[in-house]
Design a protein around this ligand. Structure first.
Ligand code: FAD
Length: 397
């Protein structure tokens, strides 16, 4: 049963736990905080039905679409709310189409009130902002595969977005193709655990309850701009703490690949053939398209099969400006379209050391940024709001 799966191969999607007819598989954190399945009590309760293995991505070879032969775009969502997206708002455009025009339900990752990232569902445009922007942590799936199945059986349209392993878990859980299900996988280079993010937050703020929101990527509020990797915490009283990726311990571990789940280092989805109907990601080759919104972050959209092509041509495309993407060039820039992240030899020992550090040692862990970088960051945070206010004053006049 599911306990036959090696820890190194488990993606933690929780499909086994949701599929177990006896409800005896729970997802529990290990020392690093990654969730793994555990069968309750003893083997007597398990009826050996094998459903847990049938839905397990580690036990079944994933069926991928030949995206290499598909259609690929460099895109920018036309909606102004793309400012809240990580790159060009690929997710926002597709999700808006599904909610507005197909009256569907959208599933994706959002922070809850305790700052834990979980998959939730949204059925109105106003709430889409909760799913926008990348949260660089493993999102907890909970019971959302079951919820998706219920919505699909009511014949409503569903868009489910997530990491490729989460899409794989959903497809194996459902065990059949639904014409009203649209899957969107995101290009992913690996996920840290909720425990690491929680530890990081508690080390840099005194009281988690004062947090209004957290973000990993940010665009300036005034200039149309390229998004930067900035770990920001906005407090309820309006105070903002922002740390760029040189300075932030969490980003440092993330960008060096030191904090990923074991299975990420041998991810079978880090390649050009894809599991979702659509694939979205950062357009890392965007500088090669000087005539296409060079001052903004844009997204790649890979249309991986006929269903995605029909949705795109049937109306989703009207939410975007887009041009053909040279996929081979993009693959050269965006490594996760070809190979998984490699596992640093000292990954285990560094992560263990980090978790046992005192607060002071943790805060000293990453080399401080240069004075120049410090001022550049502060200025970039102050100038745009000032401009915004000046413009408002002029408008009122
Ligand atoms: C852990 C992680 C690693 C990534 N690595 C890469 C990479 O190496 N190369 C690359 O090109 N792009 C990567 N991305 C994707 C990238 O950050 C953008 O999501 C992508 O460019 C789509 O653009 P957007 O503007 O629509 O993004 P967004 O506004 O970020 O789109 C949000 C979408 O991402 C989903 N999402 C956000 N956080 C999570 C999460 N923790 N788990 C599951 N789904 C989530 C939301 O549900 C929503 O569907 C990664 C994203 C994540 C979450």
């Amino acid at each position: 049963m599911i306990d036959q799966i090696e820890k190194e191969n488990c993606f933690g999607c929780g499909a086994c736990s949701q599929a177990c007819p006896k409800g005896i598989i729970s997802m529990n954190p290990d020392f690093e905080g990654f969730l793994y399945p555990e069968i309750a009590n003893n083997e007597d309760v398990c009826i050996q039905c094998g459903k847990c293995l049938k839905v397990c991505t580690a036990a079944n070879k994933p069926l991928l679409y030949e995206s290499a032969k598909g259609i690929h775009y460099n895109s920018l969502c036309k909606l102004s709310s793309r400012q809240k997206s990580a790159s060009g708002g690929a997710f926002l455009g597709l999700a808006t189409y599904v909610i507005k025009e197909l009256k569907g339900v959208v599933f994706g990752a959002a922070f809850d009130q305790d700052q834990i990232v979980r998959h939730i569902s949204v059925n109105n445009i106003k709430d889409l902002v909760k799913l926008q922007n990348s949260k660089y942590v493993q999102s907890e799936i909970g019971n959302t595969y079951k919820e998706v199945e219920q919505v699909l059986k009511r014949r409503s349209n569903v868009l489910f977005s997530g990491t490729p392993c989460q899409i794989s878990g959903l497809k194996l859980y459902l065990r059949k193709d639904y014409c009203n299900l649209i899957t969107v996988d995101i290009v992913c280079h690996g996920v840290p655990s909720s425990k690491l993010l929680d530890y990081h937050i508690k080390n840099i703020v005194n009281n988690k309850e004062n947090i209004k929101n957290i973000s990993f990527r940010r665009k300036h509020s005034f200039f149309p701009s390229v998004s930067s990797f900035l770990f920001s915490i906005k407090k309820k009283r309006g105070i903002q703490l922002a740390r760029n990726y040189h300075q932030d311990q969490y980003f440092h571990l993330f960008l060096l690949g030191l904090s990923f789940r074991y299975a990420c280092y041998s991810c079978p989805f880090a390649q050009i053939n894809r599991i979702g109907d659509f694939t979205i990601g950062d357009c890392d080759s965007r500088r090669e398209y000087p005539g296409f919104h060079l001052n903004e972050s844009t997204s790649i959209i890979l249309i991986n099969n006929k269903k995605a092509q029909d949705i795109w041509n049937g109306g989703a495309n009207k939410y975007f400006e887009y041009i053909p993407l040279d996929i081979e060039r993009e693959q050269q820039c965006n490594k996760q379209l070809s190979i998984p992240s490699s596992k640093p030899v000292d990954r285990d020992s560094i992560l263990k050391k980090v978790f046992s550090m005192s607060k002071l040692d943790y805060l000293r862990y990453v080399p401080q940024q240069s004075i120049m970088d410090y001022f550049k960051l502060r200025i970039s945070l102050i100038i745009p709001p000032i401009f915004k206010h000046v413009i408002l004053i002029f408008k009122r006049k």
